[in-house]
Design a protein around this ligand. Structure first.
Ligand SMILES: O=C(O)C1=C[C@@H](OP(=O)(O)O)[C@@H](O)[C@H](O)C1
Ligand SMILES: C=C(OP(=O)(O)O)C(=O)O
Length: 425
């Protein structure tokens, strides 16, 4: 795809698509609940469609209209042995959370994903689930897909997460909900808490005591109405676009502002961005409007507890940092190496091709600003977030950017280019 934007200003209001993490979970809890769940502003990205497809194969009726997704929940007991392989596509969230659900159900299932999923570590989930009594086999001793899960009776667990991962936490929560008694999960750093919030939305109970999450097994859920806020991880691309494309102002309405996800807002403040945030409602999750205008930016340091609160935004923050005065240092972000691609390498390599002064480190990167970006040939490497970073970079680049494999963007943001075109003045 040839991107020849001629350095426009951006202006306007958009509502980004529904949050990916919340959309996945709304299907899962909707299926596990008894009765009907109606989901509005659901993200119809490829990842969440993979979750829908898996639950249909487990016997759940799911209706799709333009406005809503309706899940006819079967309860835990109503799910059926799938006669086909469950294909999770490109979605780490689907693969890992489904493992926690399937581990305790009384039937056999087989799970597979795409080439990227086949490289991503699943032992971070299969190890704790196995210690709860799960019977999971997979390539390289259960490290990778394809995985075969024979549901079994599960025991409780007290588990300190070795990595700050909401996917691992959530998989264990789903398993713990099927065990008899109380399980405890201890987080090294707080990660996104959408699973915990959704347990409550569906009439269940979960307790948090400092870094400990306590889950009682044997809970059943009631179908409900879910509104999915706009995904701050998608909004991040336009927050950055507005900050760096001269003379811009973008308003992002109905965006999720869950505190475990707003690390990027903290970084914008640290860098001196011109931004206003207005909380507008609460629908199971905080929702608000984010407005960003172009401004002078300064380099910053991003590390520690901030990392899980902005993990998926780091690639686009790297682009932002190329337009800030001074150095930006990102540390403690090794997890980027096991995403859809090794995002430390892919973002560094691709931004360099457009003239950025950026260097990979063992656990992050160093970006030296401010650089003038030029045109060039770049690739998404099949990673939706890298594709969007390069498209936003193309907005400020002096010259044409040829982007290979832009189709990957449909994983989390099918309307991305429509929104870019709508915002160009
Ligand atoms: O739980 C979730 O919905 C997610 C958790 C994060 O992954 P990890 O749990 O691997 O950090 C994030 O990168 C991913 O996009 C979605
Ligand atoms: C890492 C991501 O997703 P997942 O782990 O679900 O593939 C992402 O969306 O950036």
């Amino acid at each position: 795809m040839k991107l020849n934007f001629r350095q426009p200003s951006l202006d306007g209001r958009i509502e980004v698509p529904g949050d990916k993490s919340i959309s996945h979970r709304s299907i899962m809890f909707g299926a596990l609940a008894n009765g009907k769940t109606v989901i509005r502003h659901f993200l119809k990205g490829e990842d969440c469609l993979s979750t829908i497809d898996c639950f249909r194969k487990l016997g759940v009726e799911i209706e799709e209209t333009d406005e809503e997704i309706i899940v006819h929940g079967t309860g835990w007991d109503g799910l059926k042995e799938p006669s086909a392989i469950l294909d999770t596509g490109n979605s780490g969230t689907t693969t890992r959370l489904m493992l926690g659900i399937l581990a305790g159900l009384p039937f056999h299932s087989v799970m597979i994903g795409d080439e990227s999923i086949a490289r991503r570590p699943m032992d971070r989930v299969t190890v704790p689930l196995t210690s709860m009594g799960a019977d999971i086999a997979g390539r390289d001793n259960g490290r990778f897909t394809p995985l075969s899960i024979r549901g079994s009776k599960l025991k409780t667990i007290e588990y300190r997460l070795p990595v700050a991962s909401a996917q691992v936490k959530s998989a264990i929560i789903f398993a713990a909900l099927q065990a008899e008694g109380e399980s405890v999960i201890i987080e090294p750093e707080a990660t996104r808490d959408h699973t915990e919030k959704m347990i409550e939305q569906f009439g269940g109970i979960v307790r948090r005591e400092e870094d400990r999450i306590i889950i009682k097994g044997g809970q059943s859920f009631k179908g409900t109405d879910v509104y999915v806020p706009g995904d701050i991880s998608s909004a991040a691309f336009f927050m950055v676009a507005a900050a760096i494309a001269p003379g811009s102002e973008i308003v992002l309405e109905n965006t999720g502002l869950n505190e475990t996800r707003t690390g990027i807002v903290d970084v914008f403040k640290q860098m001196g961005a011109d931004m206003t945030i207005e909380q507008t409602s609460f629908k199971g999750e905080e929702i608000g409007t984010i407005t960003v205008r172009t401004s002078k930016l300064k380099g910053t340091e991003i590390s520690g507890a901030l990392i899980p609160r902005l993990i998926d935004e780091i690639p686009v923050i790297a682009l932002l940092a190329t337009q800030a005065e001074g150095d930006t240092i990102i540390r403690d972000a090794e997890e980027l190496k096991v995403k859809e691609t090794n995002r430390i390498d892919t973002v560094v390599d691709e931004l360099k091709k457009l003239g950025a002064d950026i260097e990979a480190t063992d656990d992050g990167m160093i970006i030296r600003g401010k650089s003038k970006l030029h045109g060039g040939s770049v690739s998404s490497h099949g990673d939706h977030r890298i594709g969007m970073v390069m498209a936003i970079a193309a907005l400020i680049a002096d010259g044409e950017v040829e982007l290979e494999n832009p189709e990957a963007i449909a994983v989390s943001y099918p309307e991305f280019f429509e929104h870019v075109n709508q915002l160009i003045k």
